[in-house]
Structures are given as structure tokens and as C-alpha cells.
Design a protein. Structure first.
Ligand SMILES: Cc1ncc(COP(=O)(O)O)c(CNc2conc2O)c1O
Length: 363
């Protein structure tokens, strides 16, 4: 990456990825780890996270789309990669060429795919046990397995996905687990059997089967407040986001700040400008969110702009003063979970929403 002239950057701590995978592995037991690196590694950088996860013992990688798999292959990643989403039948020859594992997610897909396939097509069969997104219905299992046996597919795994593993109420989780266990009576041996996402891997080892698919927790973010409250060891956020003040001025009482002049200073106020805005992923809904300067919390005031935002300082400060938007500064910390509360969303969205304009530096 060439020299950058804007101080805004995300730092990705690979040690945190390793730390979090160890926590997940300890919780899930003696099972294989599938590192979910889709969506550019939840915004952290898929290649770097994939390499660290493999170094930390991940057995294979999981992505959402065929293109994400090909991108990793293009970056020289030779490990097994499972495309968990719907791959078009037209991708099958490409998958064989690049040794990418596909998901058989419906009886129709199997019917169409078996006519398009030549060569050893590696697949995992997905069963819909209650997520209602992709997967065959449990009652289709024997029919689909029979079709697979009469096809050029090499069935290597069976999986399902939990809809409520991050919630205290485990009723649907248990029903999904029972449905999936019933399906496994028909699938034979020697398969990778995986159902658990981070929440299930951390809190429900009874559903670890012989592999778990870790996403959000690998990045050091708890799937939900409930899961975080149940954790024995804290996760370590792998991403921090920082910048610097680029402009500081004192505005007299009654001065307006930013578009719409929605913020008016009530007295003489020191106002700082940060070179980060909603085109970087600092969404306008984060107006009012605090950032850290000299270890103290100061609020974003006025409307967040495309490339900049303003904060109300407690005193005069020089341009160049470090600003922490996510991460630790002094004795304080701001986490993705806090942004998620501010935006009334889930923490998953936070790292994913940082745009490519924010450079990611590995540490
Ligand atoms: C099929 C599948 N397996 C595993 C994971 C990892 O889950 P985790 O990040 O909770 O560990 C996901 C995440 N999928 C999504 C997370 O948020 N929206 C999603 O579609 C997934 O879609």
C-alpha cells in the first residue's frame, strides 16, 4: 500500500484473531474450525484473516459467494474453501477447476447441477432446519442423498444454520438441533458435520458436531449481549479505527456546525474536524456517538458529512491530535457493540460497513 495522506485508518490485530479462535476452540471442544471470512472478512480483510485463521489451525475457510472464493484463490490461498451461499450451476466447472467446495442447497439445484457437472465436484449438503434461508427440507434428505449418489458429486459435508443461537431462549435452537440430528441418521459417516455459528460454538458444545463455523467471535465481537454475558473469557476486538484532528477552532455562542445547521454552540466552544465521514462507513446515524481524544470521550456534533465530521472538544487542541473512534485510548474503550446500540442495529454490521476508502493496516 503506497503512502497515504489521510490519517484515517483501521488497524487489524491478527493476534486478536488467534486469541479469539483459541477461545472458540476451547468452548466448542475437539472439533474442526471453519473460519468464516465472507464479506471481506467481515470488513477486516479476508486474505489476512484467512491466513491467520489457517495458521491458528482452521481446517477450512467459508465464504458467501463464488466470487469471494475465487478472490482468495487469486490471492494464493490454497486451503479448502466452502461457498456457503447459492452458487449458480454455471459456476460448477469453475469450482472444479479451482477446487472450491459448493453447497447443495435444494433438490432442484442438485437436479440441475448433476447435468452440468463433470469431474469431482466437492459439495456440502445444506439442510434447512428452521433458518428458512437455504437448504433442503429435512423430509427431502433421502431423496436428495439418492440423487447425489447417482451424480458426479463428492459429498464431503452436511450442515445447517441456527437462527437463534445468540438468544437466551434455546427452544428453536434445540428443535433445529433435533431436526439436524435426525437427518444425520441418513447421511453416512466420514462427513464434516457442522451447524454451530459463533454463538452456538461458544455456548452450546452439544451442537458442535465435528466442526464449527466461526465468524463474528473470531473478529472479537460477541454475537449478542446475551452471549457476551455468558462468556467465560472476553473476546478481543480485532479491529480499531483511528484518525487525527485536522482542524480546530473556537466558535462563539450561537455558531452553527455542519449541514442543516442543526448544531448551534451554546457558549464559546472548541470544535474539532475529523477526516472521516459516511463515505467511510461512519454513518450519519452515528451523530452523537463519542470518540476518544486524550483518553476522554467527546461527542460527534452536527450532521456527519460524506468525508468529515465535527466533535466538541473540552479544550483547545492541536491539529494532529490522535482520535480513536473504535478501540482503546488511555483507560477508555469504544467497541463495535456501542456503535451498534447508537445505530440500533447488530454489531455484525459495524466492521462490515467500513468502506474500502478506509485503509486496513495489519499489526
Ligand atoms: C451459513 C453461516 N454459517 C456461519 C456464519 C457465521 O456466523 P457468526 O458470524 O455468527 O459466527 C454465518 C454468518 N452469517 C451471517 C451473519 O450475519 N448475517 C449473516 O447472514 C453464516 O451465514
Amino acid at each position: 500500500m503506497g503512502k497515504l495522506y489521510r490519517p484515517t485508518r483501521a488497524i487489524i490485530e491478527l493476534d486478536a484473531i488467534a486469541h479469539n479462535l483459541a477461545i472458540i476452540k476451547k468452548a466448542a471442544g475437539d472439533v474442526r474450525m471453519i473460519a468464516v471470512v465472507k464479506a471481506n472478512g467481515y470488513g477486516h480483510g479476508a486474505e489476512a484473516v484467512a491466513r491467520q485463521a489457517l495458521k491458528s489451525g482452521a481446517a477450512l475457510l467459508a465464504v458467501a459467494t463464488p466470487d469471494e472464493a475465487l478472490e482468495l484463490r487469486g490471492q494464493g490461498i490454497d486451503a479448502d474453501i466452502l461457498v456457503m451461499g447459492a452458487s449458480p450451476v454455471s459456476f460448477i466447472p469453475v469450482a472444479v477447476e479451482h477446487n472450491v467446495i459448493l453447497t447443495a442447497y435444494s433438490a432442484d439445484w442438485v437436479r440441475q447441477a448433476r447435468n452440468a457437472a463433470s469431474g469431482d465436484v466437492r459439495i456440502h449438503l445444506k439442510v434447512d432446519t428452521g433458518m428458512g434461508r437455504l437448504g433442503i427440507q429435512p423430509e427431502e434428505t433421502e431423496e436428495v442423498l439418492a440423487m447425489l449418489r447417482r451424480s458426479p458429486f463428492h459429498l464431503e459435508g452436511v450442515f445447517t444454520h441456527f437462527a437463534t443461537a445468540d438468544e437466551a431462549d434455546s427452544d428453536l435452537l434445540n428443535r433445529q438441533g433435533e431436526r439436524f440430528t435426525a437427518v444425520l441418521k441418513h447421511t453416512g459417516t466420514g462427513l464434516l458435520i457442522h451447524a454451530a455459528n459463533s454463538a452456538a460454538a461458544l455456548l452450546h458444545p452439544e451442537f458442535a458436531f465435528n466442526a464449527v463455523r466461526a465468524g463474528i467471535a473470531m473478529y472479537g465481537i460477541a454475537p449478542s449481549a446475551y452471549v457476551e454475558s455468558e462468556l467465560k473469557s472476553p473476546l478481543k476486538p480485532a479491529m480499531s479505527l483511528s484518525t487525527e484532528l485536522v482542524h480546530v477552532k473556537k466558535l462563539p455562542a450561537g455558531s452553527t456546525v455542519s449541514y442543516g445547521a442543526t448544531y448551534v454552540t451554546e457558549k464559546d466552544e472548541w470544535i474539532g474536524t475529523l477526516p472521516i465521514g459516511y463515505a467511510d462507513g461512519l454513518l450519519r446515524g452515528l451523530q452523537g456517538q463519542e470518540v476518544l481524544i486524550r483518553g476522554k470521550r467527546v461527542p460527534i456534533i452536527g450532521r456527519i458529512c460524506m468525508d468529515q465530521c465535527m466533535v466538541r472538544l473540552q479544550q483547545e487542541m492541536p491539529a494532529g491530535e490522535p482520535v480513536q473512534l473504535l478501540g482503546v485510548q488511555g483507560g477508555e474503550q469504544i467497541r463495535a457493540e456501542e456503535w451498534a446500540r447508537c445505530l440500533e442495529t447488530i454489531p455484525y454490521e459495524i466492521p462490515c460497513m467500513l468502506t474500502a476508502r478506509v485503509p486496513r493496516f495489519l499489526r
